[in-house]
Write a protein that binds this ligand. Structure first.
Ligand SMILES: [Zn+2]
Length: 413
């Protein structure tokens, strides 16, 4: 990042000393002013990002944006490496900034979107009133631009009191991060703090996110002619219906666990008693022990069949893990609230029902890293045509990232 004060420069009385003392004197109000002055450049970057389609799996657009992001990180002084996000299309981009301090930060967000090719041409980036619109403008290109411009502001302040700032941009979050989750987990464990830049829908930071699992139910029965010999069959569809009623309350509202049966399948022909039936449920949870609890409850309940001679099995496939409520995330939210207070604003600390990559960064039971989600720009209409960001949130949230990194770099461990 910035030029450091070498011994030689100090001896010669060169400009670095006054610059550093100037940086130390920047008040919160001045820092917010700098962030306001950065807003036009932020929007310029955001337009460049939004106007290229980067739906997950769309290799050409992901490549174009990846090249742009590498250039931008290098221009800020990062050492940048890219690696294939196989089995996903596109690259993971990792930029590293070395400072003079000891605390380390991972700033991460995805640059893929959910939109089909041609969407950016059909409805390109546009500013209208107090909002900006376009595919992925909030989720999460607004967050990508937030990281780049927060780093720019730190550089303008000539601040390098952190130990390391690592940036990770991944290309496959919208389909589950199969080609980036291992890297996220690995990098997260090397850092003190992880900031994830998904968009909040109000001025908030997120201290907990949901995990996502799939529950799969399979019933085996016996086929037979439904007209001439129904009694010789074992109806898997009827048994499935019975099992679903037994399994309808696997959720736990008190813990925020939901289990909803959403897909059912049985039978191929109307005149055949079906010999197999399957169902799938979507499970959301925030308490890591809930995966085991739900599976154990389901296994116990399915032992009470309706139809003798059928056989039922249940399986749980783990998806994105939760960012569980934890002291480290709460402490980061407290810091955010104190820093927002210094510019006479309030920021909420919330738990959200979505699952995000923050779940891969969080290490259950460990204080390190401390993970905070939704450092991105405030927006709504995610995954929809009317997706937008609130322009008024850009400056305060740029301020927040800069102030957090400065504050935590110098805080006592
Ligand atoms: Zn997202």
């Amino acid at each position: 990042m910035p030029i450091r004060c070498s011994t030689l420069a100090t001896v010669m009385g060169l400009a670095c000393l006054p610059l550093i003392s100037f940086a130390a004197e920047l008040t919160p109000a001045q820092r917010l002013d700098s962030a306001r002055a950065e807003q036009a450049a932020y929007l310029q970057t955001l337009k460049q990002l939004v106007d290229v389609d980067t739906g997950t799996g769309q290799a050409p657009g992901l490549k174009t944006v990846s090249q742009l992001l590498v250039q931008r990180l290098e221009a800020l002084g990062a050492e940048v490496r890219t690696q294939s996000a196989s089995p996903s299309a596109g690259d993971n981009i990792v930029g590293t900034f070395k400072g003079t301090g000891s605390r380390s930060f991972l700033l991460m967000v995805h640059y893929d979107t959910v939109f089909l090719p041609g969407t950016a041409a059909k409805r390109p980036f546009r500013v209208e009133g107090e909002r900006a619109y376009g595919p992925g403008v909030a989720d999460a290109k607004g967050g990508v631009a937030m990281i780049l411009h927060a780093l720019k502001l730190l550089q303008d302040e000539r601040f390098d009191g952190f130990g390391t700032v690592t940036v990770l941009f991944n290309p496959d979050e919208e389909t589950g991060s199969s080609g980036s989750k291992a890297l996220i987990a690995e990098l997260a464990r090397e850092h003190d703090y992880v900031f994830s830049y998904e968009p909040p829908d109000t001025d908030a930071v997120t201290v907990a996110t949901n995990g996502i699992n799939a529950l799969l139910l399979q019933v085996k029965g016996k086929s037979s002619h439904a007209g001439s010999a129904p009694e010789a069959g074992r109806n898997a569809a009827m048994e499935l219906a019975h099992q679903l009623l037994q399994l309808k309350d696997l959720g736990d509202p008190g813990k925020g666990t939901t289990v909803n049966w959403t897909m059912l399948r049985a039978g191929d022909k109307r005149n055949i008693i079906p010999d197999s039936a399957t169902a799938e449920a979507d499970m959301r949870y925030s308490d890591p022990s809930e995966s085991e609890r739900v599976l154990a409850d389901a296994q116990r309940l399915i032992r009470q069949p309706l139809i003798d001679g059928t056989e039922t099995q249940v399986r749980l496939d783990k998806g994105r893990p939760p960012l569980a409520k934890n002291a480290g995330s709460q402490s980061l939210a407290d810091t955010a609230q104190a820093l927002y207070g210094q510019i006479d604003r309030r920021i909420e600390a919330i738990a959200m029902r979505f699952g995000t990559d923050a779940g891969y960064a969080y290490v259950p039971g460990s204080a390190r890293p401390a993970v905070l989600e939704t450092l991105g720009v405030v927006g709504a209409g995610l995954h929809a045509e009317n997706e937008y960001i609130e322009l008024s949130s850009i400056a305060p949230r740029l301020y927040l990232s800069v102030a957090m990194i400065r504050q935590l770099s110098t805080a006592a461990p």
